[in-house]
Design a protein. Structure first.
Ligand SMILES: Cc1cc2nc3c(=O)[nH]c(=O)nc-3n(C[C@H](O)[C@H](O)[C@H](O)COP(=O)(O)OP(=O)(O)OC[C@H]3O[C@@H](n4cnc5c(N)ncnc54)[C@H](O)[C@@H]3O)c2cc1C
Ligand SMILES: NC(=O)c1ccc[n+]([C@@H]2O[C@H](COP(=O)([O-])OP(=O)(O)OC[C@H]3O[C@@H](n4cnc5c(N)ncnc54)[C@H](O)[C@@H]3O)[C@@H](O)[C@H]2O)c1
Length: 471
């Protein structure tokens, strides 16, 4: 038995685990990280990074429809998914190599293998190199999630795929794709596959993005952008069963319907992954959906063990995993623990338009007893957006009617995923709109719509003193 004591051991190398390892090392801890599969987790290998690579390609293809009127000769362009798969793989491999190099340079001890708690201070690692046990003062569980399939549907390689299989194994042969699910992955891939030239039959069983916190205006903008590209979900197909047949796949509905395609992608949710983690050897508990239970400081029921990211939910995105990692490391290292504020983490969707949000939406603000003042600025008059031939979308801010404190915000449209950072920068939300009103902006730029939304909000809701600093 190897009893080398680590200050911190992290199980899982996704965005949560990776960031925790880097940050804890930079803060002077002796750190180990354990990964059972490919270094980088879901986000790098099968999620955010390859998906955004494809989204970029999809946008180029869509934008090529404007080439002629802009004076660009050639186009519109078409897609080649096989080449697009190879491209994302090259990007992913490069990012992974950079990640691994950085961990090594920092001196993080990296273990390839499956980690399992023997007890709260000991973790057994089983891998190709055999089995060993390490001891540790603190641990972070960052074991992520796995695809959730509706019973009794099971994956069939090359025919009935999860997004994990698509990125691991490549794009199956065939033009006709059945895409199941109206959540985040369904909404993103309906656009990506369509732009990359597939014939997509997109099946949803509740309105697209029904369970998300985006405003009705945001969802309408996305729906209109999708319809303009002829991407429409198929809403009346209560899926019961699927089968792989010959060279394709069939899906059946409870009302006797049948759909056929060359292959299918199931985007029906993900579930926390804690298989064989040895939680029974600790005091750690899970809820009825399998999420590891933590308190507001990300501590599990076992002293010294924290959990972060998808494995604690309920929101499963890399931004939350990264924010959790920062918090857990702080709470391990520092004498001043900080509480989790899941609302103040940006959420993004990359589809026919980008949707970005942070903080409360209208309903959440009202539930908290606020009467929100709304500031709105559309990109349709933005000189920058008009010059980009893409004036869809808007900036929408919510502020407290009395204090002018920022409660939340939404950016919809091109580059929303970058612009939302302006909203996440401020730690002083009371002063945020005043800071925006006093900031200096580049012109013409999309970010100016944040200033417009702030000024409109101040004028419309009588918050001039709070925002402009007048008496
Ligand atoms: C198709 C797709 C697109 C996405 N796009 C985005 C996006 O654009 N933006 C965004 O914010 N989020 C996105 N997400 C979500 C994002 O990928 C996840 O929220 C994020 O990866 C969660 O990070 P994590 O660190 O909690 O876990 P993961 O990234 O899932 O990593 C967990 C790691 O732990 C390892 N592990 C598990 N158990 C053990 C064990 N016992 N021993 C050792 N290792 C173990 C696993 O092998 C895995 O590598 C996307 C997800 C998908 C599926
Ligand atoms: N940009 C991002 O941050 C990003 C991108 C992709 C994925 N993710 C995360 O990954 C996770 C998985 O994404 P997802 O889209 O698979 O899950 P999701 O929870 O967002 O959506 C699942 C969808 O599947 C539908 N569904 C479930 N069973 C069904 C059935 N039998 N027939 C038809 N539809 C059915 C649900 O109604 C829902 O619309 C989510 O937590 C998501 O937040 C995040």
């Amino acid at each position: 038995m190897n009893t080398t004591p680590f200050d911190l051991t992290i199980i899982g190398s996704g965005p949560g685990g990776y960031r925790a390892a880097v940050l804890a090392t930079l803060r002077g801890q002796k750190v180990a990280i354990i990964e059972r599969a490919t270094w980088g987790g879901t986000c790098l290998n099968r999620g955010c990074v390859p998906k955004k690579d494809w989204h970029e390609t999809a946008k180029w293809i869509e934008q090529s429809r404007h080439f002629r009127q802009r004076g660009v000769v050639g186009g519109p362009l078409g897609g080649d998914m096989d080449q697009a798969w190879l491209h994302q793989r090259k990007v992913v491999d490069t990012v992974r190599k950079n990640y691994i190099d950085y961990l090594k340079r920092l001196g993080v001890q990296m273990f390839n293998g499956h980690g399992r708690f023997s007890d709260a201070q000991h973790i057994r690692i089983s891998g190709a190199a055999g089995t060993r046990e390490i001891s540790t003062r603190h641990s972070i569980i960052a074991t992520g999630s796995a695809p959730l399939l509706p019973d009794p549907i099971a994956p069939v390689p090359g025919r009935i795929l999860t997004s994990d299989m698509l990125f691991d194994d490549g794009v199956p042969v065939g033009q006709r794709v059945l895409l199941i699910g109206g959540g985040v992955i369904g909404t993103e891939f309906a656009y990506i596959f369509s732009m990359l030239g597939k014939d997509v039959n997109w099946v949803i069983h509740s309105p697209a993005l029904a369970h998300t916190f985006y405003s009705p205006q945001a969802k309408d903008t996305l729906r209109e952008a999708m319809e303009a590209l002829d991407i429409r979900p198929h809403a009346n197909f209560p899926l019961t069963r699927m089968e792989a047949v010959g060279g394709g796949v069939r899906a059946f509905s409870s009302d006797g319907g049948m759909l056929e395609a060359d292959w299918a992608l199931l985007a029906t949710g993900r579930k926390p992954f804690t298989d064989d983690l040895g939680l029974e050897n600790t005091a750690i508990t899970r809820d009825e959906n399998g999420f590891v239970q933590v308190n507001g400081y990300l501590e599990t029921a076992e002293a010294g063990i924290y959990a972060i990211g998808d494995v604690i939910g309920p929101l499963m995105n890399a931004n939350q995993a990264l924010a959790d990692a920062t918090l857990a490391v702080n709470n391990i290292v520092s004498a001043s623990p900080k509480g989790r504020d899941p609302l103040w983490v940006p959420e993004l969707i990359y589809s026919a338009v980008e949707l970005a949000r942070i903080g409360m939406n209208d309903d959440q603000a009202e539930d908290e007893g606020f009467e929100p003042a709304v500031g709105f600025a559309a990109f349709e008059t933005s000189p920058r957006a008009l010059g980009q031939d893409d004036s869809r979308g808007f900036v929408r801010l919510l502020a407290d009617m009395d204090s002018g404190a920022l409660l939340g915000g939404e950016v919809v449209g091109r580059e929303a995923g970058e612009l939302v950072h302006l909203l996440s920068l401020s730690t002083d939300r009371e002063q945020f709109l005043r800071q925006i009103a006093q900031a200096r902006f580049n012109h013409p730029a999309r970010a100016e719509e944040l200033l417009n939304a702030t000024e409109t909000l101040a004028a419309r809701w009588g918050l001039q003193a709070q925002v402009f600093g007048e008496d």
